[in-house]
Design a protein around this ligand. Structure first.
Ligand SMILES: [Fe+2]
Length: 235
């Protein structure tokens, strides 16, 4: 099980604060069956750690996990970037912020309340620049909760959508939960590709506040292991 979205890297954002806390988080993720954990700290163009800081923090966590004899969980570098009109240009200069530094998949979030005019254009620019944006937790955006059809045009552009495990589980309230289920409505894993959502991830911050919960969410929506021969929803 791959978790595309977590704030496990310690001391970089509002996620885990210490290395010890981060190790506990990885332990909980491993116990759920997560085998790859993407480390996606909040990033903006104005407030972004240097590449070497991200790499060093991830490596420190990796070493600490090995020392704690945790089951093998692959830590994958990434970032959760706030949408911005110049995001494509910024990302072109900072490919290390894409998943695994491979310059393709990237995680982008919207503000929780606003839905800026430049949202579709900024996502389009990312696609044109050769990136594959994954929109993080659109069900938490106040505008999309009211005007759910807006997500369709984003998906039709070619953007992938990630729903939070906590949203499915009702951790952000009933409106977020209903919106998440609406976006997932046409199914889960088998049918997920025909809905408006393509993945569920934890967006886990720490064990007290927002634990992984991915397994619980997948159970809730009735996820079953994909049938051999049926491709994953991710291209
Ligand atoms: Fe996040």
């Amino acid at each position: 099980m791959i978790d595309l979205h977590s704030h496990v890297l310690p001391g970089l954002d509002d996620g885990c604060r210490t290395l010890a806390e981060a190790v506990q988080f990885v332990r909980a993720a491993a116990a759920e069956g997560i085998t790859t954990l993407a480390c996606t700290p909040h990033v903006t163009e104005e407030n972004c750690p240097f590449p070497e800081v991200l790499t060093r923090t991830k490596e420190q966590l990796q070493v600490a996990c090995q020392a704690a004899k945790l089951p093998d969980v692959e830590l994958l570098q990434g970032a959760e970037m706030m949408i911005d009109p110049t995001l494509a240009d910024f990302l072109t200069r900072r490919l290390d912020l894409t998943y695994g530094g491979k310059g393709r998949y990237c995680l982008v979030e919207l503000p929780l309340v606003d839905y800026p005019l430049y949202v579709e254009r900024a996502l389009f620019d990312l696609l044109v620049a050769g990136f594959q944006p994954i929109l993080a937790h659109p069900e938490r955006n106040a505008r999309l909760q009211k005007e759910r059809h807006l997500l369709e045009s984003i998906v039709n552009q070619g953007v992938l959508v990630q729903i939070n495990a906590g949203s499915v589980l009702g951790h952000y309230g009933s409106l977020v939960r209903q919106t998440a289920l609406y976006f997932l409505q046409s199914g889960c894993v088998q049918a997920i590709a025909s809905g408006c959502a393509h993945a569920i991830a934890s967006d886990g911050h720490n064990l007290q506040n927002r634990p992984p919960g991915l397994k619980q969410a997948m159970d809730k929506i009735g996820w079953k292991k994909p049938t051999p021969g049926i491709p994953d929803s991710f291209p």
